[in-house]
Write a protein that binds this ligand. Structure first.
Ligand SMILES: [Zn+2]
Length: 353
């Protein structure tokens, strides 16, 4: 009989769907997910919302401060808005970091209370933990995968300008620049290849950064990358080479690359450049034809997302309304794919049925 250590080393060589989950079934680790049961709860919730004539969607990218989360409040808001599922990650903030936290287990609490709607995610990949305690942070994420307690990783901030809310507060410290092709990037892409685990990145669009992501996608062709915030460009003068045509060229070259659709509405301006940073919107309130055509031509590569964060969970109704406005710009069958079918395939390697 194989020891657990031997099983782990076998599992490490296999994609997650074949290795990690099979291992969890053979010899569950403490905290291992019962994926079949979770899936059943998720499926029933999505089907119930569909039966009510509303489009359910999977928010693939939101985050929070676990210590400040009012879980019942959020769960109620999800019901009010008829949101299907939410991938809610915990960010290890400065306070938790100073208390020595290197892995924040929010998932146990989420799934204990609301197992039918939260997708267990690793911690947000950001400072201070990611940059100042890199090895311990990475070890925490790797253990969560090995234990079979997460289905997704992220969001990792590689290039991140101050957020609009931080800019308005004059809080400009978070001008993050972690090289995507540095040690953390190589660790993350290799981890995804090894385990089959998808991960989210925040990577501002700049001409000089695009060859770097192409290089990493080429070097790690089986890495499952979700590039968050499709068509969000904060400084157009830095991003002359980015367009729907460029994104399509990536889609054609990199079969495991996906994009989430968390972006501002047609009137949203990035405070530091004063530019309308959600480049997907046309003048009349609909999508620009080239972006609509891109999504329709490749409907399996785009994912619903709200990008709620610790400082804006209370704005979920507003974010939900804006996201639904975007979904309604898409043809009916494409709406179903972007809203929940693509997320289902990404998480479970099967079609939603
Ligand atoms: Zn982001």
């Amino acid at each position: 009989m194989l020891t657990r250590r031997a099983l782990m080393s076998v599992a490490a060589m296999l994609p997650m769907s074949l290795g990690g989950l099979a291992l969890a079934a053979a010899q569950p680790a403490a905290g291992a997910l019962d994926v079949a049961r979770l899936k059943e709860g998720y499926r029933l919730r999505i089907q119930r919302i569909l039966a009510g004539g509303v489009m359910p969607y999977v928010d693939i990218e939101s985050s929070c401060n676990a210590g400040k989360l009012d879980l019942d409040d959020l769960a109620k808001a999800m019901d009010d808005c008829q949101i299907g599922l939410m991938a809610l990650s915990a960010d290890i903030g400065q306070g938790a970091f100073e208390r020595g936290v290197r892995y924040e287990d929010l998932n146990t609490r989420l799934l204990q209370h609301y197992p039918d709607r939260f997708i267990p995610v690793g911690n947000g990949g950001q400072g201070p933990a990611l940059m100042e305690a890199t090895e311990a942070f990475e070890a925490g994420e790797e253990k969560a995968i090995a234990d079979g307690s997460v289905l997704l990783l992220g969001e990792y901030e590689f290039r991140h300008y101050p957020s609009p809310r931080q800019a308005k507060r004059g809080d400009l410290d978070r001008d993050v620049n972690v090289p995507l092709d540095g040690p953390i990037g190589h660790w993350l892409f290799a981890l995804s290849e090894r385990t089959g685990m998808a991960f989210q990145i925040h990577y501002e669009v700049e001409d000089t950064l695009l060859p770097v992501i192409e290089k990493m996608l080429t070097q790690y062709p089986r890495a499952r990358v979700i590039w968050c915030h499709l068509a969000q460009v904060r400084y157009i003068e830095r991003a002359a080479s980015y367009s729907a045509t460029y994104v399509e060229s990536l889609i054609r070259r990199f079969p495991h690359l996906m994009f989430d659709t968390a972006f501002g509405d047609a009137t949203s301006r990035y405070p530091l450049s004063q530019q309308l940073h959600a480049r997907i919107w046309g003048d009349g309130g609909g999508l620009k034809p080239e972006w609509l055509d891109l999504i329709v031509a490749h409907p399996d590569r785009f994912l619903s997302a709200l990008d709620l964060g610790g400082d804006r969970l209370n704005r979920i109704h507003e974010y939900d309304a804006k996201h639904r406005l975007f979904l309604r710009c898409l043809p009916g069958d494409v709406q179903h794919q972007v809203a929940y079918r693509n997320a289902w395939r990404l998480l479970f390697n099967e079609e939603f049925a």
